[in-house]
Design a protein around this ligand. Structure first.
Ligand code: ADP
Length: 188
């Protein structure tokens, strides 16, 4: 995997917030919160979810179990926050994106909500930085280009409103995904 020195990543300033794209591993992010593309059970899974629990250790799972005991399974489009355990990030925001079922099952609404709820939760907790993966574009099968357009458009709209966030970073795990997001950011 290639990487660039800090300051070399593509970014745009929206309102008072930097919107940054990086190629890399979300579990290495030093954002105050990293967002987990979780599933409703909050018990961990494959992809970025597995990596977060593996690197973050058992403290995250313990809080997830307690949350599910209190509120039940996490509905798609909703978000909750736990400790970051051993991750460099202090917090993990767990959200559930839509499973792609052809596009007419409210997938876009649910994905928009997953991003918006995560951003709102970060602001509610007075966090200044948050880092996202490309939600739903792995195991959940959302087509990459529309997912990237929706992700960046949703974050842009959010940042045009009231927010205390100083940075929102997308940490993208493969060159293919990074290139698509970079193309979309250029047209934002
Ligand atoms: P979903 O179930 O929401 O589709 P996945 O974890 O399967 O979630 O995939 C979402 C995106 O996260 C994919 O682009 C995948 O390549 C990426 N990904 C997997 N591991 C990591 C990681 N450690 N850091 C950042 N992104 C990751």
């Amino acid at each position: 995997m290639t990487s660039s020195p800090p300051g070399q990543w593509p970014e745009k300033i929206i309102g008072k917030t930097r919107l940054i794209l990086e190629l890399g591993d979300l579990t290495k992010s030093h954002a105050q919160a990293v967002v987990n593309a979780a599933n409703p059970s909050l018990l961990g899974g494959a992809g970025v979810d597995g990596a977060i629990h593996r690197e973050g250790g058992p403290a995250i799972l313990k809080e997830c179990r307690a949350l599910v005991a209190r509120i039940g399974r996490l509905q798609p489009g909703r978000a909750v926050i736990t400790t970051g355990g051993r991750l460099p990030a202090e917090n993990v925001i767990h959200t559930v994106g839509p499973i792609w079922r052809g596009g007419d099952k409210r997938e876009a609404d649910i994905l928009t909500s997953a991003y918006r709820e995560s951003l709102t939760l970060a602001d509610d907790m007075a966090l200044q930085s948050i880092a996202f993966p490309s939600i739903s574009t792995g195991a959940y099968g959302y087509p990459l280009v529309p997912a990237a357009e929706l992700a960046l458009q949703t974050v842009k709209q959010y940042l045009e409103g009231e927010t205390g966030l100083s940075s929102v970073t997308f940490v993208l795990f493969s060159r293919e995904v990074f290139d698509v997001y970079q193309g979309v950011l250029g047209k934002l």
